[in-house]
Design a protein around this ligand. Sequence first.
Ligand code: FAD
Length: 302
Amino acid sequence: MSVASLRRSRTGETPALRVSFEFFPPKSDEMEEALWGSIKRLEPLSPDFVSVTYGAGGSTRERTHATVARIVNETTLKPAAHLTCVSATRDEVREVVRDYWAAGVRHIVALRGDPAGGLGAAYAPTPGGYGDTAELVADIRAIGDFEISVSAYPERHPESPSLAADIDTLKRKVEAGATRAITQFFFDNEHYLRYLDHVRAAGIDIPIVPGIVPVQNFRQTAGFAKRTGASVPAWLAGRFDGLDDDPATRKLVAAAVAAEQVLDLVDRGVVDFHFYTMNKADLVYAICHLLGLRPAMQQAAA
Ligand code: FAD
């Protein structure tokens, strides 16, 4: 953590920061309760938006929709619904998009999605479906005046032959109407900053919002990183070394690691952050606090 960051976090002189939170739709009543506990805890931080993922292979269509609808009906939050091209025809996807519009949703996170066979299987469009994400983005744009976020990969998507090919994919998505990109998570900020240079050099000027994953469980996160092409630096493994049976210390270390990462990005001029919450509020809440965010009521009283 730099001295500048420490000084800023002590004095509260942070620039205006915007955060967003990502959740996944619950599979059981117990998970539903945990999700809503987290949403309610994070709501007073007035995020720019909260997004709800779409299960691999389109497996959570109804649950994603139900969670997004509940956010519209029961909170002050602006939801963004994730939507993928997998296992659906264009007509089916268009119907989902129109339903979202009718429900008051104005933000879609448009993705190709992982094939029904899981990560690593080759993507093949469903007959009558979308060939790639840019086609999906263009269709959403034609249906309504949505905000459309798409993915970006600072360390390259595992299927991509090169970073240049990856950036071409992003460019096509922007030309089709994407208004924001959210990155895959990364731990070394240099990856993000170098990627940003390449993206800007390619003439792409939409916000490229860093996706931050607080390490709730190091082994799980490292496994997920391996599958998605994100590298795990040796120093990160070192920070969690020996803490497998010590959840309390692990949590403190996780908060410190994520705070170090985001405050360094703030030092380098980043003002938007997207947090992968894993439906758990505590770490994200603590990191947002360190970023200078306070509950809306507290701000109003100040
Ligand atoms: P794209 O960015 O469209 O493409 C990824 C790569 O595939 C490209 O870089 C390129 O190498 C290759 N490619 C694609 N189209 C072409 C083409 N026409 N020609 C040549 N190469 C091509 N998955 C889910 O199932 N549900 C979710 O809710 C979800 N949310 C996500 C949110 C974020 C912020 C991120 C970063 C990822 C998310 N994912 C989600 C994962 C994502 O679906 C997978 O990474 C998937 O493998 C690629 O989808 P994409 O939209 O990122 O693909």
